[in-house]
Design a protein around this ligand. Structure first.
Ligand code: CMC
Length: 382
């Protein structure tokens, strides 16, 4: 028998493509969108500009940003059928299932799905980014018994998201954290959901099919679903004084603490640092709920870093501090992962469009461990 091939479980450490979209420096804990450090983008930019940068490879000038923003605005409306799907299923199904179905359904309204030019795909990307945000807002509104709010073209992307979610114009305190999360979650190289997008798209299926695969992969708690689980853990801890006992018990029971650890970062996730920094700015005048959650988060962070940070390279990731920040903006826990998807739509589309420039079907191998040449036994003889 020949030498056995090396298996990279979970594709750990395997490079599958070249890209100029995003660099994750897991050792130094740095992240770059098209070469720009994430701290600069988060501080100076907005989601529209970040999405433009990811899709087009350069920062837009004033006219280009204006044009891109108005194209997004023009695509915000949802077809009635999709609004009906959302209102009929909200409260009965997982919001990520509704989102996956609604985004998949969007393709029905695009008679250009099969055109695979870069230009046509950039147009689809704008549609998907604009409409996914509207879908998530409408899911959130429907879960709280509110009907569809028509988008407002005088508002920016994040502001309009909150407006459609809550049915009223947002305050700056609501917009700031949502805008920040939209920017920070827009892209993160070949993570599980982006890879799922590429796998589907590498067959030359269309962009809608590809990003629907991305949404499916994002749902799980090891990936995008971790932000919800982290907040649910904070809720289960209840009083901040229970934090250490709760986490120690969970670790003793070999449970993972959601919002910690990363396949690539073996240092503090720079996005988590930015989110934590924002959370600390809220502490001058926090609501009782945000104060309590922040105290739990800070105690949990300290314990985990003391126990597993330096020794095991397990640090807070983007999902850990996201919950208290969303709570400060009045976003309900069920909507965290859908909102992650609405933001990541920019990254998924950017990657898919880049990959198609030099497409290669993704088709890895598996090492077959079963028997061969077994004798077929007719059903009546088994
Ligand atoms: N809490 C406790 N132990 C952990 C954690 C954690 N959050 N993460 C990893 N470990 C331990 C794990 O139990 C394992 O220990 P041992 O070697 O003793 O069996 C070791 O660290 C390696 O973990 P792994 O799961 O095999 O490593 P991975 O590279 O496959 O894991 C991960 C990456 C993100 C799946 C994992 O860290 C995890 O499950 N974290 C919790 C879920 C989470 O927060 N996910 C969001 C990731 S960031 C957002 C995104 O981009 O998706």
């Amino acid at each position: 028998m020949g030498e056995l091939p090396e298996i990279h479980k979970g594709l750990d450490g395997v490079y599958v493509s070249e890209s100029t979209i995003c660099k994750v420096d897991g050792t130094a804990g740095r992240l770059y969108y098209r070469g720009y450090p994430i701290d600069d983008i988060a501080k100076n930019s907005n989601y529209e500009e970040a999405a433009y940068l990811l899709l087009n490879g350069k920062l837009p000038n004033g006219a280009e940003l204006e044009d891109f923003s108005s194209k997004l605005k023009a695509e915000r409306e949802l077809p009635d059928k999709i609004i009906n799907i959302i209102t009929e299923s909200a409260g009965k199904s997982d919001p990520m299932d509704i989102l996956r179905t609604a985004v998949s359904y969007l393709s029905i309204y695009d008679n250009d799905t099969k055109t695979q030019t870069k230009e046509a795909n950039l147009k689809k990307a704008i549609k998907l980014i604009a409409k996914t945000s509207s879908i998530v807002a409408t899911i959130g509104a429907a879960m709280e018994g509110r009907s569809y709010t028509k988008p407002d073209s005088s508002l920016g992307h994040s502001e309009n998201f909150i407006y459609m979610l809550k049915g009223k114009k947002p305050t700056p305190d609501e917009v700031k954290p949502v805008e920040m999360m939209f920017i920070l979650q827009a892209e993160h190289s070949t993570n599980a959901s982006t890879f799922a997008t590429l796998v589907a798209g590498s067959t030359l299926a269309d962009l809608y099919s590809a990003v629907t695969a991305g949404i499916s992969a994002l749902k799980g708690p090891l990936h995008g679903g971790a932000d919800e689980e982290a907040l649910r853990m904070m809720e289960a801890i209840g009083d901040p004084s229970n934090t250490e006992a709760y986490i120690n018990d969970a670790l003793a029971g070999k449970k993972k603490i959601m919002g910690f650890g990363h396949r690539v970062y073996k240092a503090y996730d720079p996005r988590a640092k930015i989110i934590k920094g924002y959370l600390l700015t809220l502490q001058q005048n926090p609501s009782a709920e945000v104060k309590r959650l922040t105290e739990i988060a800070l105690r949990g962070e300290k314990l985990m870093i003391d126990k597993l940070g330096q020794t095991h390279g397990i640090w807070p990731n983007v999902d850990f501090f996201a919950g208290p920040v969303y709570v400060s903006a009045g976003i309900k826990v069920d909507l965290f992962t859908p909102l992650f998807a609405a933001s990541r739509m920019a990254g998924w589309c950017a990657h898919m469009i880049e990959y198609w420039e030099d497409n290669k079907l993704i088709r890895p191998l598996e090492l077959y461990k079963g028997e061969i040449d077994k004798k077929y036994v007719p059903i009546n003889d088994r």
